[in-house]
Design a protein around this ligand. Structure first.
Ligand code: GLN
Length: 495
């Protein structure tokens, strides 16, 4: 018995569906069967879109039969994080406060997926409002790591990472505000990409911290992640932060190699992480040098201020963004004697403890008398970090480091200690503050055979060099083991 569902890549599925070799309906049936067999154990999905997915697959097959171009993702099942609005489908953000709410519109990224022929297979579990690093704060219960069911998949996009790792979908979308794509990708042994701020539309993404949030791909290999990135990236007039300029497609450049590329191994993302993780980063650096890159060690001490600055800026923005959940406009309402009491009773019942903690921290950081000392100071630190990265990128093309300080930790290990949970993102947060691109690539295993992710960081719009480095790392990486069998067994695997 295996915890692996369908192993085919997105590229091969799309090629075969486009050529008529297999039917999109067969592809979706195999994935829905894998979900039915395995998701009871994993809890990666909060909502499976069985009916709509089958209908969409029939439509793709009809286009193929009619000789039309069904798109680059023809028939490819994609799982989407449950903070992406899909018209008419429940969108919960893992929170009770959105209970019963279905958006009247779809996120731009989901429209793009459908236009590219992809099949939306389900909404994935997440930490409540994307606040967390373990997918344990969801009102729908924790998602489990397919490599070890007693461990977390990471978060907050843990459902998407677990679904891809277990073969329930070859591709998934997540959101990354401080590491929520890269950290779960590392924990689950898959590729996770945080694109440059502004390259992927956030229209229809439920906002957590708007100056940091980005949507990005999960995949089991770099080429599939590139395929998905190329479909979702590009200008969108519906998102005022979307970059209005042509973007280069990354897919065609994956085989360009790294000869002559300058790579900096970032000391702050290696020193202090667990020895097994640090060892993989050093091996990754050696692999790049062997492929012709010019590798040097460098230090950007300012990135150490990333975590404290983030935990003022992100909660401040969240406290503002989440003020809209008032019992009037969305989901849950707890009736009370007057409107103010109804607002308060709804929020008290609808939000979980971590979300309440963030709202209180953020409201305090923004309050009159403290604003300059906390939020204002954090914004100055953010500028210091941006400048420090800019200086580093004058000497190198990309930076290399760990994605996470540890491998996946046991479920429950950090739920009682918010600070230790926050530290799980210490290596990923600086990128978000700078608005740059970064991705996690699986690179062998650490203690206990658990996956390790190596992080490739690039300056704004540096996706091309970032993906080229990722491809070389993937080719050099020790194999990531297939997800291990569950302790007490569930349904059978589907190949
Ligand atoms: N774990 C971080 C937090 O809780 C990052 C979350 C995210 O990227 N959405 O804020």
């Amino acid at each position: 018995m295996s915890l692996s569902g369908v192993s085919a890549t997105a590229l091969s599925l799309a090629t075969d569906v486009r050529s008529g070799t297999i039917k999109a309906t067969e592809v979706i049936d195999a994935h829905l069967a894998a979900i039915a067999a395995l998701d009871g154990e994993l809890n990666a999905f909060v909502h499976v879109l069985d009916g709509a997915a089958r209908e969409a697959a029939v439509a793709v097959d009809r286009r193929v039969e009619a000789g039309e171009d069904p798109g680059p993702l023809a028939g490819v099942p994609v799982a989407v994080k449950d903070n992406l609005c899909l018209r008419g489908a429940p969108t919960t953000c893992g929170s009770r406060i959105l209970e019963g709410w279905s958006p009247p519109y779809s996120a731009t990224v989901l429209e793009r997926l459908v236009d590219a022929g992809a099949i939306l297979v389900g909404k994935t579990n997440m930490d409540e409002f994307a606040m967390g690093s373990s997918t344990e704060t969801s009102v729908y219960g924790p998602t489990r790591n397919p490599h070890d069911l007693s461990r977390v998949p990471g978060g907050s996009s843990g459902g998407s990472a677990a679904a891809v790792a277990a073969g329930l979908a070859p591709l998934a979308l997540g959101s990354d505000t401080g590491g929520s794509i890269r950290q779960p990708a590392a924990f689950c042994g898959v590729v996770g990409v945080k694109p440059t701020y502004g390259t992927v539309s956030r229209f229809g993404l439920v906002a957590f911290a708007s100056s940091l949030d980005q949507i990005g791909p999960f995949a089991r290999n770099v080429a599939d992640a590139a395929l998905l990135f190329d479909v979702i990236a590009g200008h969108d007039p519906l998102d005022s932060t979307s970059l209005d300029r042509p973007l280069v497609q990354v897919g065609p450049c994956l085989a360009d190699g790294v000869a002559g590329m300058r790579v900096g191994v970032l000391a702050e993302l290696v020193d202090g992480v667990d020895a097994d993780v640090a060892a993989r980063v050093h091996e990754a650096a050696e692999a790049l040098a062997a492929a012709g890159a010019i590798v040097e060690e460098l230090s950007v001490p300012e990135v150490r201020y990333g975590l404290p600055a983030y935990y003022l800026i992100a909660p401040a923005e969240a406290s503002s963004n989440l003020s809209r959940y008032d019992g009037v406009r969305y989901g849950l309402r707890v009736e009370a004697s007057d409107v103010a009491a109804m607002n308060s009773a709804t929020r008290a019942a609808g939000f979980g403890p971590e979300v309440k903690r963030r709202i209180m921290l953020g409201t305090y950081a923004l309050s009159a008398g403290y604003y300059e000392a906390y939020y204002g100071q954090a914004m100055k630190v953010r500028t210091v970090i941006v400048d420090a990265f800019a200086a580093a990128y004058r000497g190198v093309d990309v930076l290399l480091g760990a994605t996470t300080p540890t491998t996946a930790f046991p479920i429950g290990a950090k739920t009682g200690d918010p600070l230790s949970m926050y530290l799980s993102d210490v290596c990923t947060i600086p990128t978000n503050l700078a608005g740059h691109a970064a991705m996690s690539v699986p690179f062998g295993t650490g203690a206990g055979g658990l996956p390790v992710g190596v992080q490739v960081l690039a300056p704004a719009l540096g996706e091309l060099q970032m993906f080229r480095v990722a491809s070389v790392l993937e080719a050099a990486a020790p194999p990531t083991p297939a997800p291990s069998p569950p302790p007490q067994g569930s349904g059978g695997g589907v190949r």
